[in-house]
Design a protein around this ligand. Structure first.
Ligand code: FSA
Length: 433
């Protein structure tokens, strides 16, 4: 038990996905003194969750399966979340043997748990097009994988915003700008008990417990001993006519591990977001995270909000064009616009890093998204609060423990080693320093 209902709790990064979910569950359980700190107000412009849409669904076995089921249940039924989720189904496909083996194992795991009614194994054009008529003209040679029935997409930014409103309604306090931006921890004279946080304007915020939910910024802000690597992925948009958008209305979320993914076009703008899939880009810089004795080289985000002229690399743009040529050849030569990069942080084994920091008593880290947190938005904070209350089941505690150097158990992202943004062209349009 790391806190009680009267404890002062500070959530660093509270305007983003993990932080605002944590604040929501704390407030719902009756914690009375919660303060969110973030550079931007919820929905934070620095959050990967600040995006039109994200894939979601109940698509796994084991612990992630339990969480996925609970999350999708809340996406469907919880008053804060339910207006933002769309149960149109999700294809999770591949044409690579290595990925196929993983998808098979996932499928078999779900079936063995007696929950095979949630997913279908599909392969071949006919079965795919039956679920995804929009791929009727696509080259689907060798594609196979899962159709996730309880899933589809969620309107991410709107959901984040809805949680923000709910937090204000529940009396959660917040500070933004320089008075919300983390500078350092305040420690007791013992040097290891956390008393609060100093923000960049010099304000000292006192707290009994600090939750660190700073997403892709985490490894640069606090020493995580190399457990998280921050990377960027890009997207671009196609602008459709109202008629074209109508034809894609209600399509299932369509994901292919080698190519990328699409969801349905935005209702108000008729824009279709297109994303390519790859290992992501690192962005190595010299930084000195709190708790590190010296400057170290780490991959750190380059905020799109702070660098609004950044777009995406030429090779990402080409990969997006390639996907469009293959899937939606009718839009082959249409210009792409609204391009940006989203920043996430991965652990080696793609499980969260969610535990008390071993060096600092009273500091809980909740990070290590690994590309899967937004679908868990309704429940991720519940895990953090269970951890705080000493109720997190042992198997979950173990999965998300502090584990420098622990290796991957065959669960890592796989694929090629990420390139560094400094080594690719096309994304940077300001004056190079
Ligand atoms: O299967 C999934 O739920 C993919 S998560 C979405 C995504 O864009 C990844 O495809 C990407 O590789 C990165 O992890 C960010 O999240």
């Amino acid at each position: 038990q790391l806190a009680n209902k009267d404890s002062k709790i500070l959530i660093v990064g509270g305007g983003g996905t993990i932080g605002s979910s944590t604040a929501l569950h704390l407030a719902r359980r009756g914690y009375r003194d919660i303060r969110i700190l973030d550079i931007f107000q919820n929905p934070s412009l620095n959050s990967a969750g600040n995006d039109n849409n994200k894939m979601a669904g109940d698509d796994s076995a084991g612990i992630w399966g339990q969480l996925g089921t609970e999350a999708w249940g809340m996406w469907m039924n919880d008053p804060v979340f339910k207006d933002h989720a769309h149960n149109v189904g999700r294809l999770d496909l591949t044409s690579k043997p290595e990925r196929e083996a993983r998808l098979r194992a996932r499928y078999n795991g779900i079936v063995e748990e007696g929950r095979g009614d949630r997913v279908d194994w599909i392969e071949g054009k006919e079965q795919i097009v039956a679920r995804a008529p929009h791929l009727a003209h696509a080259d689907l040679a060798g594609w196979k994988g899962l159709f996730v029935r309880n899933g589809g997409w969620v309107a991410a930014r709107n959901a984040l915003n809805a949680v923000g409103h709910e937090l204000r309604r529940l009396g959660v306090k917040s500070s933004f700008g320089t008075s919300g931006t983390f500078k350092e921890l305040l420690l007791d004279s013992d040097g290891s008990t956390v008393k609060g946080v100093r923000t960049v304007d010099g304000t000292e915020w006192y707290g009994d417990l600090v939750v660190f939910a700073t997403g892709a910024w985490s490894p640069a802000l606090i020493d995580l001993q190399d457990q998280c690597e921050t990377k960027a992925w890009g997207y671009a948009h196609l602008r459709l006519t109202p008629q074209e958008a109508k034809q894609l209305k209600g399509i299932c979320t369509t994901y292919n591990h080698e190519l990328g993914f699409i969801m349905k076009p935005e209702e108000d703008t008729n824009e279709l977001k297109v994303v390519n899939e790859f290992s992501g880009y690192t962005h190595y810089q010299k930084v000195r995270p709190f708790g590190s004795n010296e400057e170290i080289r780490l991959s750190v985000p380059r905020s799109n909000a702070m660098n609004p002229t950044d777009t995406i690399s030429t090779e990402s743009l080409n990969a997006i064009k390639h996907l469009i040529n293959l899937w939606l050849p009718q839009f082959k030569d249409r210009p792409l616009h609204k391009m940006a990069m989203c920043w996430c942080t991965d652990t080696v084994d793609m499980n969260w890093l969610m535990c008390e920091h071993p060096k600092y008593k009273g500091l809980v880290v909740a990070t290590g998204d690994s590309g899967q947190t937004f679908k868990m938005f309704p429940v991720v904070g519940k895990q953090v609060v269970d951890l705080i209350e000493g109720k997190l089941p042992e198997d979950r505690k173990h999965l998300w423990r502090w584990r420098p150097g622990a290796g991957d158990n065959g669960t890592n992202r796989g694929g090629e080693k990420p390139k560094d943004l400094n080594d690719v062209d096309g994304w940077r349009h300001d004056i190079k320093a």
